[in-house]
Design a protein around this ligand. Structure first.
Ligand code: SF4
Length: 349
């Protein structure tokens, strides 16, 4: 056993909370406690756990309950899809595994609502199989111990921390090790007040040495997705159509689309026609509305575009088109211009 593994287990044996699901837990009890604790804090979770266990002592009992009863018992925890999954999972365990949770990580993951974390918790705590758990506590402790600044909420970070947790796993006592690491994060190496001065891992802790404890773990701020409303004008004159060459410094630079009235909210056709931008584009020439498309949704990383295409017919040519980066081209040539996906979507729908 290495020093960190050893220290974590010693610390756990002296400091862990005495929780009901820690007394020689069955796979059912581990699973139930993990699902409940994903929803709430330990204190409140304990009441729910005890009520569930009292009412349905085994997974077979839970499988026999109606969904409504399970939802009722779950009431107050929120996120009801978790309760439905709990119930479905209990039924799967009974129907597919004779009422016993499978002692296999991959098989566990096939059950309703069980992902990597819960499967690793059941496999290690209930069956002592060597699977490392990675929850918020584990991210924090590992990022501090090894002073890692890779964000925990990007794929690269998740892979890195999963590999590291696996490397650190005590393969002789994986269940105990996982619980010790999580409990150490929950009670000692806490987000806001880690007890570094009295920490048994202080000498090994790189973030403590580099004074970066409070900057670990690193989490990338969620990018706010904004919505933009594009009211494209598909303007035809005889057999030709007005195209717009995009010259701005954005991802569509040098692509071609149609003249557009952008708005901050969704606009009706009448509202588009009433805008100053529309009047300027159309130069107050007489026009006929031929067709209005449904709204197309186009999702980009940082924004969602909602676009409608208003098809117009002009009797007279537009004059001041160069200043608007517009030109008239035969409609049959449309296919020769590079166009954004959104325009392609409209043209091919
Ligand atoms: S020294 Fe501080 S940051 Fe490092 S493991 Fe201990 S409590 Fe956590």
């Amino acid at each position: 056993m290495n020093f960190i593994q050893d220290t974590l287990i010693n610390w756990y044996e002296e400091n862990h909370r005495d929780l009901p699901w820690r007394h020689r837990p069955t796979p059912y009890q581990v699973w139930l406690s993990e699902v409940i604790l994903q929803q709430t804090r330990v204190n409140q979770g304990m009441d729910y756990y005890l009520r569930f266990i009292e009412r349905w002592p085994t997974v077979a009992d839970l499988a026999q309950a109606s969904e409504e009863e399970v939802l009722k018992q779950w009431q107050g925890l929120g996120y009801y899809s978790r309760a439905r999954n709990l119930h479905k999972c209990a039924r799967q365990v009974v129907e597919q595994h004779g009422g016993q949770f499978p002692a296999d990580f991959e098989q566990l993951k096939k059950l309703q609502g069980i992902g990597d974390y819960t499967a690793a918790a059941i496999a290690s705590i209930a069956f002592d199989l060597p699977h490392a758990v990675v929850d918020g506590n584990v991210y924090r402790v590992l990022s501090r111990l090894y002073d890692i600044d890779t964000p925990i909420n990007i794929n690269e970070g998740q892979k890195l921390f999963a590999d590291l947790a696996d490397e650190l796993l005590n393969r002789e006592q994986p269940g105990l090790h996982n619980q010790a690491l999580m409990e150490f994060g929950a009670l000692h190496c806490t987000p806001k007040n880690p007890n570094c001065l009295l920490c048994p891992l202080q000498a090994q802790c790189l973030a403590f040495a580099h004074q970066t404890v409070m900057q670990r773990p690193v989490k990338l701020a969620k990018v706010k997705v904004s919505t933009r409303y594009f009211n494209y004008l598909v303007i035809r004159f005889e057999d030709s159509i007005y195209l717009h060459k995009r010259s701005g410094n954005d991802i569509w630079r040098n692509l071609y689309d149609f003249p557009c009235v952008e708005s901050e909210t969704s606009l009706s056709v009448d509202e588009v026609i009433a805008t100053a931008q529309f009047k300027e584009l159309i130069e107050d020439k007489p026009f006929t509305i031929v067709k209005v498309s449904p709204v197309f949704t186009h999702k980009l990383t940082h924004r969602t575009l909602l676009a409608q295409f208003i098809e117009l017919k002009l009797e007279k040519k537009l004059l001041q088109i160069e200043t608007k980066d517009l030109f008239l081209t035969p409609e049959t040539d449309l296919g020769s211009f590079p166009i954004p996906r959104l325009i392609d979507l409209y043209l091919t729908t």
